[in-house]
Design a protein around this ligand. Structure first.
Ligand code: GRF
Length: 205
């Protein structure tokens, strides 16, 4: 295999997807190629970014499809149609079952906007993470890229980067700083690390 095929799963703005697309264009993401963008809603701006970059996209909406089984069957179909090797969860807000994640051991990356094990786990996503960090009064937060297993935000940590909390921060300001200084840097690096291992046949699968 020359490059691992990556599917990026998104639900919203897709700035982390953009960081991956930019890394691919710059050649820093070179062991993998973004082969599919999968959105959980047709409104996700990530779909526009995929279109602009000429990357195939699919929408699998849990709400429209109805059952979790049918939702995951639709995802599996899209993944096999594009011969995907690696899944990157980049702000994907739909739940994936243990049945699903078990089929991809060591092959799903997730980005979480805090230094795990702080401010993570069930129900901790988006602005809630930054609200919790500010409420606790931490002076350092950051982002974590980890492999996904059956425990929410509990899989092996791949990369972390710290970010300062500054006086006067709101959840929105802090979220932006964590994205700029940590998430957009770490996610392409982690994707390259995992894809390079897969291409060389060195991953643990
Ligand atoms: C990021 O903060 C990410 O850490 C979290 O969801 C947000 C996604 O933002 N999981 P975007 O869609 O990549 O802009």
């Amino acid at each position: 295999m020359l490059k691992a095929n990556i599917a990026v799963f998104c639900s919203g703005g897709g700035t982390n997807l953009q960081a991956l697309l930019d890394a691919q264009a710059a050649g820093t993401l070179r062991s993998g190629r973004i082969a599919l963008v999968l959105a959980s809603t047709p409104e996700a701006y990530a779909l526009e970014r995929a279109k602009k970059a000429g990357v195939p996209a699919a929408v699998c909406s849990r709400r429209e499809i109805g059952s979790q089984e049918a939702f995951e069957a639709a995802i599996r179909k899209a993944l096999s149609a594009h011969d995907i090797h690696v899944i990157v969860l980049a702000g994907f807000l739909s739940i994936l079952s243990e049945d699903f994640t078990r089929c991809w051991p060591g092959r799903i990356l997730n980005i979480h906007p805090s230094l795990i094990p702080a401010f993570c786990g069930k129900g901790m996503y988006g602005l809630k993470v930054h609200e919790a960090a500010l409420a606790r009064g931490v002076k350092i937060t950051g982002a974590t890229v980890h492999l996904v297993n059956e425990i929410p935000d509990g899989g092996p940590i791949v990369l972390q980067r710290a970010v300062e909390v500054l006086p006067g921060d709101t959840p929105e300001i802090l979220q932006r700083r964590v994205m700029e200084q940590a998430e957009w840097v770490l996610l392409p690096q982690a994707a390259e690390l995992l894809c390079a291992q897969i291409v060389k046949g060195e991953d643990k699968q």
